[in-house]
Design a binder for this molecule. Sequence first.
Ligand code: COA
Length: 160
Amino acid sequence: MRSDISVRAATQREVPEVVSMFLEVLRLIPYYNELAKHDEAAKYTASNLRTRLRDDAYSVTVAEDDSGLIGFAFTRFDDYVIWIEWFGVDPASRRRGVGSAIIQGLIRTAPTRKAHKIWCDTRITNEPAKATFRKNGFRQIAKLKNHWYGQDFILWERPV
Ligand SMILES: CC(C)(COP(=O)(O)OP(=O)(O)OC[C@H]1O[C@@H](n2cnc3c(N)ncnc32)[C@H](O)[C@@H]1OP(=O)(O)O)[C@@H](O)C(=O)NCCC(=O)NCCS
């Protein structure tokens, strides 16, 4: 991982900034239909993320450098596996290894969370996310046609 990027659990105070970054990433993302964008925006509110953080300190993860917060991940511990719900990098900080740093940070904390595997989905057309997962040792499990929000997805997994 690049030494100028740190990945750690978010604090309660950072939640509003994380929500803003998430909403901006969601607004710009070209892979999701309007229904997905609308419902996902409604799901990850400050109140929701604060509750998640109280239940699981690792559920909201942030990446930062000297300039401040530059990336985030929302994850869920579920029967000893971790599901990555979302991860994203501030558009101005992309292609600098931040996405990989976030995934590696999640992998590092998996034993503390007693998880033996991390899994996630991507849209079939999301090449940056697919490349980031591949580069960090994830393998494609399956393709799901006409799935969440009526869209096509790939499922990925990585033992940890
Ligand atoms: C996916 C995302 C988090 C990647 O973040 P990032 O910081 O740019 O990723 P990295 O710089 O760590 O790149 C990791 C690898 O992915 C690949 N990659 C990343 N962006 C790419 C792009 N636009 N085109 C092609 N390959 C790309 C590269 O192979 C890179 O490996 P390299 O360092 O050897 O070149 C970022 O593009 C993003 O926030 N996208 C919008 C939100 C999103 O799609 N989230 C995933 C939902 S499942």
